[in-house]
Design a protein around this ligand. Structure first.
Ligand code: SAH
Ligand code: SF4
Ligand code: F3S
Length: 461
């Protein structure tokens, strides 16, 4: 049963607020290190929100920090190694500041094996908590500051959604808005379902409320997040699905755009594609990861679609959504993948003509089915395939971009590249750089693309 609970029912926020000045004699500062996907970025915004509400300030400087947290990602081995290296460095800072709290949370922390390793080999980590108890941070801090021993809390119960958590957002233009948590798909290579728990959707009312609040505060891009947004609404007591949610968000008054990630091809429907085509505020871009072009590998991955079905979706979207672009995630070197399988991936990449790709070499994850499948291809060989794929995509990207020169697009100015040089994205998620003053940040302007070298350059018209 899904429970909706309020934030901080036991009043730990206020209790921490009271004791902080006594302990630190000043406003203590917190440093948050975030790894991994936008879900973690969004969680970190809540962590910062809780911390600032309790009376912490934020810093980027570890020398000044009194609270240092690592919000970690477990999706590939490389990410984990980096985190351990960075936690190791904390030992020296902790020696200098005896009231410093070092904390580890997120997807790595949710795994028992990692919690055990931290407990044993990183004695200066005060606090470790998993993804299901993030909003209990005030309680953990209070207990640690008032004499509790080290705290390790990795409850497996993922049946709760806590609403009303304060959020300290990183940006002022793009707002991350999680619409669901967890994942039930169990792709055989993937750790996410184990560390993020069962799929659960937020009530649409909460999402609409948060979106309206973002628009009122001047945000121009609302980015909906979920591991599989296409299955949004399952298990809720309301008549809703992702398409209906998009339509309701699209109806909110104001000049803003809506993006979303990630769409799982098995749950991507024609209804959704029609909705994207019809809703003016929904951007014309689909991140639709296909992972592999080989049906044999897709089966082994438990992805539950085939390359034919995938291409049908792509072609339907191309037909319906004017100027649509696609991006995808791809895994190279899944256990048992042959060069012939890999060639099918390359073929699909050429056929779809993606705007860009996120490509990964398969990384075995403890406890997932794929980790015990025979994997005879060497890492070195996988690297060669990987580079081959990058080359193919580079060529596609070049040819796509050259075709855009001379065209004019409405662009949301979202960042400053350098003095006087801005960048922004079109509805189709194409990034263009152009000259302009930083006054234009957060505004929509029409930009004509004038040249393409390594990036697209244009001018405001
Ligand atoms: N929910 C999203 C993906 C989240 S993880 C989806 O289903 O598309 C982001 C990407 O990391 C995945 O799409 C996959 O390409 C990659 N990935 C996940 N596990 C991996 C592993 N064990 N090794 C290499 N890449 C992996
Ligand atoms: Fe992982 Fe698959 Fe879930 Fe995506 S859909 S998070 S790849 S298990
Ligand atoms: Fe990583 Fe967790 Fe996201 S494993 S990719 S941070 S859901």
């Amino acid at each position: 049963m899904l429970k909706n609970t309020g934030f901080d029912p036991l009043g730990y926020v206020n209790r921490v607020k009271e004791i902080l000045p006594k302990i630190y004699g000043k406003k203590p500062l917190a440093l948050i290190n975030t790894y991994g996907c936008q879900q973690n970025v969004s969680d970190s915004e809540k962590i910062k929100g809780m911390l600032t509400t309790m009376g912490y300030g934020l810093t980027e400087d570890v020398e000044k920090a009194d609270f240092v947290l690592f919000n970690t990602c477990a999706v590939r081995g490389h990410a984990e190694d980096r985190v351990f290296g960075n936690i190791g460095v904390m030992k020296q800072y902790k020696q200098k500041n005896k009231n410093m709290i070092v904390a580890v949370c997120g997807c790595m922390a949710q795994q028992q094996i990692i919690a055990d390793k931290v407990r044993k080999s990183y004695p200066y980590v005060d606090l470790l908590f998993g993804t299901h108890v993030t909003t209990r941070l005030p309680e953990f801090i209070y207990k640690r500051l008032t004499g509790s021993g080290r705290i390790f809390e990795i409850s497996q119960d993922s049946s709760e959604i806590v609403e009303g958590v304060p959020i300290s957002r990183d940006g002022k233009i793009r707002g991350w808005l999680p619409i669901m948590y967890g994942c039930d798909n169990f792709c055989t290579y993937c750790i996410v379902p184990y560390v993020r728990g069962r799929e659960r959707s937020r009530a649409s009312e909460e999402i609409i409320k948060e979106a309206e609040c973002l628009v009122k505060s001047g945000y121009k891009e609302i980015f909906l997040l979920g591991q599989n947004v296409n299955s949004y609404g399952k298990g809720l007591d309301e008549d809703i699905n992702f398409s209906k949610l998009l339509r309701r968000l699209n109806a909110i008054e104001g000049d803003f755009v809506i993006r979303f990630m990630t769409s799982h091809p098995k749950d991507c429907t024609k209804e959704l594609i029609d909705t994207v085509a019809e809703c003016k505020k929904v951007e014309r871009h689909l991140h639709l990861p296909f992972q592999s072009g080989s049906d044999r590998v897709l089966k082994q991955m438990n992805r539950r679609y085939d390359s034919k079905g995938y291409l049908e979706l792509i072609n339907y979207a191309k037909e319906k959504i004017d100027g649509v672009t696609f991006t995808s995630d791809i895994i190279v070197g899944f256990p048992g993948e042959t060069y012939e399988d890999f060639e099918k991936t390359v073929k699909l990449v050429k056929e779809v003509e993606f705007a860009s790709l996120f490509t990964f070499i398969y990384s075995p994850r403890n406890g997932t089915p794929a980790a015990s499948m025979p994997d005879p291809i060497t890492r070195k060989e996988k690297g060669v395939w990987f580079n081959e794929l990058l080359k193919v995509q580079e060529e596609i990207g070049r040819s796509n971009n050259q075709k855009l020169v001379g065209q004019t697009f409405r662009v949301l100015c979202d960042s400053i590249e350098s003095e006087g040089l801005l960048s922004g994205k079109t509805s189709s998620n194409i990034e263009i750089m152009f000259e302009g003053s930083d006054q234009l940040l957060g505004q929509f302007v029409d930009v004509k693309i004038t040249q393409y070298t390594n990036s697209l350059k244009g001018e405001i018209v």
